[in-house]
Ligand binder design. Structure first.
Ligand code: LMR
Length: 393
């Protein structure tokens, strides 16, 4: 029967990762997959993770199953990290998931299960895997304008006009911070306007927050998500620990369902049911490390300090690149790079020029011109600036 299988469309980001590995040139710069790298090009195990792992190794006495929702302490700690004290704990149902992608997938399944006719409004552009999973699940999606190709900021008027088309039973997918792939983000007053539209239309927001701490800081990056969770009757939040704890391969994430009143036991039970159907118990190792860090003052302080070093480092690379481009191009048309936040910036150029930069200068960025800023260092910033200007971007 498997002779009828059709080849799947390869994932653009993962294909690029392989192309980079296969390129024999010494002089090459990887700005592809969204993985943090330090100045030496290494994705480090964070100090607090190492310390927690050592402690865990010494103290853990069993690896028996935990629970379908994961460890309650992990859920509590993550709800607190993302939502602070904005929402009463009793209003949040949640489950641990395999990474942020697992949370996104479970959220989409929950939406489909609740309302098979739901349309999911997605920013144009969004993380390609959002679209791929929605397509795989056979769900309707409606793109809303988001990126202004002139300013490289948010096309806010376009966004508001488009999400006004959502109705009760539809879902509006928002990026909590550090928009992937553009790096262009909503201001807090803009979040409030989005909330007003959500309340008007009755559409349900779903927030994907995968880079908390990479933009303006751990608390500031959660401000939009918290504002939404406080204001609307119900919302979904998919959070990832991959990037801010640097535990990509441990697959650690959480799905939260915020809702007031009604039968919370049914909501919690449905999330656990979905886990059971898809993979039974969620992975525990990464979740346990995250819990240990968030519950221990010394580990938490050290984690926050290292996360802040990473964030400030990325900001500094943004500023260096914008300055270098200003000098080389004699214009300030690349100033948006210093304004964007998070790991990514969308340069806003054509796939042809992206290809040219790859061929001529060994610069690997995603075909839509998304650059992983963390893939740069002081030595490669001028190389990239040269490639951008030489290509005529
Ligand atoms: C990315 O956008 O590069 C990351 O979220 C990694 C991935 O899985 O695509």
């Amino acid at each position: 029967m498997f002779e009828h299988l059709k080849a799947q469309k390869p994932d653009a980001i993962l294909t690029l990762m392989q192309m980079y590995r296969d390129d024999p040139r010494d002089q090459k710069v990887d700005l592809g997959v969204g993985v943090y790298k330090n100045a030496a090009g290494v994705t480090p195990v964070m100090r607090a993770i190492k310390a927690a792992e050592e402690r865990l190794w010494q103290t853990q006495e069993s690896k028996s199953y935990v629970g379908l929702a994961g460890d309650p302490a992990f859920n509590d700690a993550m709800i607190r990290l993302v939502l602070g004290d904005a929402v009463a704990r009793g209003d949040v149902s949640s489950v641990a998931t395999p990474g942020g992608t697992g949370a996104v997938r479970q959220a989409f399944e929950l939406i489909k299960m609740t309302n098979p006719d739901a349309r999911v409004f997605v920013s144009n552009p969004t993380w390609p895997n959002h679209l791929s999973i929605l397509d795989y699940l056979g769900m309707d999606m409606v793109p809303y304008r988001y990126f202004d190709t002139e300013t490289r900021g948010v096309d806010f008027d376009g966004m508001i006009a488009d999400i006004k088309g959502a109705r009760k039973g539809d879902v509006v997918l928002l990026h909590g911070c550090c928009h992937n792939p553009t790096g262009a983000n909503l201001t807090l007053p803009q979040w409030q306007e989005v909330i007003a539209v959500l309340l008007d239309t009755g559409a349900t927001p779903m927030i994907d927050i995968a880079y908390q701490g990479f933009g303006d800081g751990v608390e500031a990056d959660a401000a939009g998500t918290r504002a939404v969770a406080v204001a609307v009757p119900e919302c979904l939040i998919a959070a990832s620990c991959s990037k801010n704890f640097g535990i990509y391969r441990e697959r650690t994430g959480v799905l939260m369902l915020v809702a007031r009143g009604g039968d919370k036991a049914v909501r919690q039970g449905t999330l656990a049911f979905l886990n059971r159907q898809n993979y039974s118990f969620p992975p525990d190792h990464g979740a346990r490390l995250v819990t240990m860090i968030l519950e221990d003052d010394a580990l938490r302080t050290d984690w926050l300090a290292e996360l802040e070093e990473m964030r400030v480092g990325m900001l500094s690379l943004r500023e260096q690149l914008a300055k270098e481009l200003e000098q080389r191009s004699g214009s300030n048309r690349f100033g948006f790079i210093a304004e964007h936040r998070g790991m990514f910036s969308r340069l806003g150029t054509t796939p042809e020029l992206v290809q040219k930069m790859r061929e001529d200068h060994g610069i690997y960025m995603v075909g839509d011109s998304r650059m992983n800023i963390a893939g740069l260092n002081e030595a490669s910033v001028p190389v990239l600036a040269e490639a951008i200007v030489a290509a005529g971007v």
